[in-house]
Ligand binder design. Sequence first.
Ligand code: MG
Length: 339
Amino acid sequence: MKIFAKPYQLELKYPFTIAKFSRTSTPLMLLEIEHEGFVGYGEASMVPYMGESLETASAFLKKVDLSPFTFPFKMEEITAYLDDLAPGQPAIKAAIDIALYDLTGKILNQPCYQLFGSSPDDMPRTTFTIGIDTPEIIIKKVHDALANDFKLLKIKLGRETDKLLIETIRSVTDLPLYVDANQGWINKEEGLEMAFWLQEQGVLLIEQPMPKEDMDGNAWITDRSPIPIIGDEAVQRFTDVDKAVGVYHGINVKLMKSAGMYEASRMIQQAKRKNLKILMGCMSETSVATLAGAALAPLCDWADLDGPFLTSNNPFQMPVFKEGRYILQNQAGLGVIKK
Ligand code: MG
């Protein structure tokens, strides 16, 4: 097996501002893994706050030797092997995992979603994310979402202007909303008050209201909130799922946190056993990681896989999308097509 890696700067359509930072592009490492004439595509999206970079990804790839692994790939063993090479670095590990699943699907001539028992009919609608911005830009983004056939919006909150932002959106659309506070709320009583106010505004769920370290504060809001509270920053990999029980109603699973599809699928199964709801989320991603997320999304309650709609230089064809949902195609592997 040969790995080909290419650094790529993914440009964002809009500068992306959330509670803690702002940026205009995201470094990616795009992978192609070749095996017996087949090529699997993978992708690492290294958003700066997660601590990975093109340098750490390149250094990690230098250590990787996949030659002992043959088809059929034993993903449990490969995940353990990658974790033994270095701690952390889930995004570059995810890139390898995603490429191997794409390869597996291509070798077996089966769509990746079938490998996980996902049914395209169960695909949840996906949200279009709107970061913190001026009212003019926010209105422009809402129109962009509507023009792209989105039926759900996700709003980034966590600043003093939260209510104004929601009112701005409500001045242009009645679409249901998800809210992501990105740990930006400090006071639990105010957070709960906000949850009730947001419910009145047509908000269906709230992601990570308080800092992830404040388990008591998050649990206190979860106990009393009229709408589901979802842990995102607090839930990275498999062992975090059990810790979310009693603290959140559900978890946000992202491939760039979970180190890929193998562990994400285990997190989904574990969350179901623990009666936690599941949101399939994403980072700034091309069609590769988005289609990998979409292959698992039918197993989840909600989806936030808007990466390709928020970027301007996706080097792959857009996934098929209609009335707010990805339409999974009957193609071998992930169904990724280069432009
Ligand atoms: Mg989030």
